[in-house]
Design a protein around this ligand. Sequence first.
Ligand code: NAD
Length: 294
Amino acid sequence: MNTTIIDGKSTAERVRNELRTAIEDLKQAGHTPGLAVVLVGEDPASRVYVNSKVKACEELGIYSQKWALPAQTSQEELLRLIDQLNRDERIHGILVQSPPPPHIDEAAVVLSIDPRKDVDGFHPVNVAKLVLEDSSGFVPCTPLGCMELLKQYGVSTQGKHAVIIGRSMIVGKPMAHLLMSKAANATVTIAHSRTHDLAGLCRTADILVAAVGRPGLVTAPFIKPGAVVLDVGINRVEDASRPRGYRIVGDVEFDSVAPLCSAITPVPGGVGPMTIAMLMANTVKACRQITARG
Ligand code: NAD
């Protein structure tokens, strides 16, 4: 099979280039998009994510605020900051990096964010808008990035059977809604940890999305020849040959699966780079929507 390797890095760059024009237009009209990123605690991975989001803003000319709060920050202090950001006219997007320390009620934090600034798309208002196919809502960045990859690579979803492995609110569920929407018209099946005969089910998929967090879960017997495979998984596996002692792999056993597919995303360099690009896109959208209302 002639397999297309879906290049998330160059697609993300294309998205960023389109955003540069949109940001310039907004600035000409007197509006600079602004994103506030809030981190509570010292989780090293979260710190890396937050820094790369701030860096992405800087590269595009998006105004950003980084709030790095100590791990012992109380729920009340965090909610007070979010209230301040909700009212800050320079800020159009608010993101609280997940996961917060255990004493923080994450659902209450999500609820406290103004849905118009909820660029992560986790607020119930935005979840409802996704289900209702109301395009003014915000969709979580990773599934949005997956849809953008399908679009940029000309993958038709119309009438196709899409199987999504994973039912999280961040990836699996929103991905299912996007694929079953009237814009995409796929027939969608969601698989999860209790699904029987996962391989057999996946073998019926024209489009297979793996969002599990298990390295190499998807192997050749899962694949219908010619399928398109999107690997959302980001997993660290030990690798003594690497300077850091580990490498990053997806949920798909790439070497055995890729030859069977018509197109596949690698890890790294596939879905991953799209996530931050779509966060930037959501921030620009929030700025446009908030400033249009005056
Ligand atoms: P999650 O832990 O919230 O959900 C995992 C899902 O997988 C669950 O719904 C569970 O039912 C299902 N599952 C677990 N074991 C299974 C099995 N053996 N068979 C079938 N289904 C099984 O995870 P998440 O937040 O959705 O993330 C999934 C993966 O995607 C992780 O590796 C995460 O790091 C990665 N991720 C990547 C990005 C990105 O930017 N590329 C963004 C978010 C998450």
